[in-house]
Write a protein of this length. Sequence first.
Length: 167
Amino acid sequence: MRSLLLNAAAFVAVGLASSQAAAQACANAREKAAFDLRALQTHLMVGALSCGMHDRYNAFVTRFQSDLAGAHRHLTGYFNRVHGRSAQRDLNQYITALANAQSQEGIRLGSDFCGKVGPMFDRVMSVGANADLLAISAEANLPQAYAVRSCDLRTAETPSRTGTQRR
């Protein structure tokens, strides 16, 4: 038991250090979209497992296989750039933490969770293009494993040289 607690504490410490490093780095637009799409994919995966929607998840993955693979390449690029030699380990930890965050959201929502996942599958499967899928994933505002700051956003404290940008 003591060994388990020490291992859990070490995992949390590594995760916090990785999160702090990532918090200082920003993600370009493609990387940010990849984080959003991965959150949507994980949300649907957890929904499929929790709500018995395996066929719907399989259809989603099959239909958007190239989009999901592209997003994974961008996530890998982000983690390589930000985390260096620990990139693969940190990416794996992120994916695991994301699944845990989505699962906790499902627990928090209780019976309402499945009622929200079904319509999300309907919405996702009704889109016609990659841009629509990316828009849905950005708008969904799903839980993330850690905050990712977009390089493209400027705050009031750091105005653009060409004027204020609106998003």
